[in-house]
Design a protein around this ligand. Structure first.
Ligand SMILES: [Ca+2]
Length: 475
């Protein structure tokens, strides 16, 4: 997965190298160069002035308090919590480390695992990893066909280039006939595999849309700057010939191993037919609104300057790596956007900006408006317990800081068509009186539309600090 920030480890290391080089060069610069340095600084200042008013302001001081009740603990790094479709509150909680367990309405965990994919996954790096069990979804007709789908990181398949890292796998399983709380491991049907050049930027979210098709979020391949091994010269996000950097849509009920929905944007050529939307970097978590217009909202983890949420539509191009957020991404110097860039992608369609974005302190150091490093997509709230959040998008950021477990709760309120959504902050309050502390690894939704937040206390895939919290009130 895992959380977004780990996506940035390599990126940040790269940025640091560049910065040290620049610093060294700076010390040995002669006076005449000072003039051009001054003009560069002036340009940078002008750039900052030009862009600051356009960028989304920091969330106002949290007006609403969000009450959290601890439901379950003992996970490594929980990545998914989905309703089992029966009793309200009975959910499956998947862990990046490879095991999924059933959580009862009262939060108790069933002793036996719902699913254990550890032996079919790559071996995870305990210090830091983005691979693992990243997605889990129940078939819309699960009650009758017992089918579930998972997205996990499998060892590199034989047909992949030898220097690539691993293979993302989307598989179908069935729960056992005699015990619906256990998956039959022998029932695995591999639906789709995508080779990954790097360990990071996997995306990994999967969800069934209101149309009954399976949507799959896939990262851009990894590394940094949208470049490197296995990256297209125009970036994988923009290259319609690869499944990397996309939201895919397939029909798991027809075809072998799957069918292509007739209204996918590239069914008649120009790109891979599985593509539904493109221009994504690391769409780690996504969800469909269970009400309203059934919007598909995707939290796309940014690299250096902005974190963003996209309202994803059929055929939409969300910009990466032409843009990061609303600015022109500069792959040679990520902190300094290009003054201009293409308005359209390779297919001539206009790029679509995020509905929500906020500054990342990696790119805006000491900027009070820069507060999060990896967006974690959430859910539009349609339940009963949080009346003041009705219809709003509840999401978060992994942490304000790489080294400190300080996950941030955010709220987006939809505005008029084409307008940016209003961004607010929610202040977490624990039902037991304790102080919130955690990296936010994902959000979950139960059968009643009530929301959950998944967290852990480590930025590695180690320990047993993973927890599931229910959002029980807002004041
Ligand atoms: Ca974008």
């Amino acid at each position: 997965m895992r959380t977004g920030a780990r996506y940035q480890k390599e990126d940040r290391r790269f940025s640091k190298d560049v910065l040290s080089c620049l610093a060294v060069l700076g010390w040995f610069t002669y006076v005449p160069r000072m003039v051009s340095r001054l003009s560069l600084m002036l340009l940078a200042l002008l750039w900052a002035l030009a862009f600051t008013p356009n960028s989304h302001a920091a969330p106002p001081p949290a007006a609403l308090k969000l009450k959290l009740r601890l439901m379950a603990e003992g996970f490594v790094s929980p990545s998914v919590a989905v309703s089992l479709g029966g009793k309200a509150g009975q959910m499956v909680v998947a862990d990046q480390a490879g095991v999924a367990r059933v959580m009862e309405t009262d939060g108790s965990l069933r002793e036996e695992a719902f699913l254990d994919l550890t032996s079919r996954m790559v071996k995870l790096n305990p210090g830091f990893d983005e691979r693992g069990l990243l997605g889990l979804a129940l078939h819309p007709k699960f009650a009758s066909n017992r089918k579930i789908y998972v997205f996990y990181s499998a060892p590199r398949r034989l047909s992949a280039p030898a220097d690539w890292d691993h293979t993302c796998r989307v598989s179908e399983f069935q729960v056992r006939k005699e015990n619906r709380l256990r998956v039959d491991l022998a029932s695995e049907r591999v639906v789709l595999e995508i080779d990954k050049p790097y360990f990071n930027h996997n995306g990994g979210s999967i969800a069934f849309g209101p149309d009954g098709y399976l949507y799959i979020a896939v990262g851009d391949g990894g590394g940094g700057n949208g470049q490197g091994k296995g990256h297209s010269p125009i970036s994988n996000g923009q290259d319609l010939g690869t499944l990397l950097g996309k939201i895919l849509r397939i029909d798991v009920d027809r075809g072998t191993p799957y069918g292509i929905p007739r209204d996918n944007p590239f069914v008649s050529g120009q790109g891979k037919p599985e593509i539904f939307a493109y221009g994504l970097r690391n769409p780690y978590r996504m969800s469909f609104d269970r009400g309203g217009n059934r919007d598909l909202l995707v939290g796309d983890v940014g690299q250096t300057l902005f974190e963003e949420v996209n309202l994803v539509v059929n055929g939409g191009n969300y910009g990466w790596f032409i843009r990061e957020g609303d600015v022109c991404f500069n792959p040679k110097d990520a902190k300094n956007p290009l003054p201009s860039c293409a308005q359209t992608g390779a297919d001539g369609k206009t790029l679509i900006g995020p509905v929500l974005q906020y500054k990342n302190p990696n790119g805006f150091q000491k900027d009070p408006e820069a507060f999060g490093i990896s967006v974690i997509g959430g859910f539009v709230y349609r339940g009963k317990a949080l009346a003041k959040l009705q219809g709003a998008y509840v999401f978060g950021d992994w942490s304000r800081n790489w080294g400190i477990a300080d996950g941030l709760f955010l709220l987006g309120r939809k505005q008029g068509a084409g307008e940016k959504w209003l961004l607010e902050q929610l202040s977490p309050v624990l039902a037991d009186g304790g102080k919130w502390k955690g990296y936010i690894t994902a959000f979950g939704e139960d059968a009643d539309g009530e929301l959950y937040v998944l967290s852990n206390a480590s930025n590695g895939v180690v320990g047993r600090t993973g927890k599931v919290w229910k959002m029980v009130g807002v004041e």
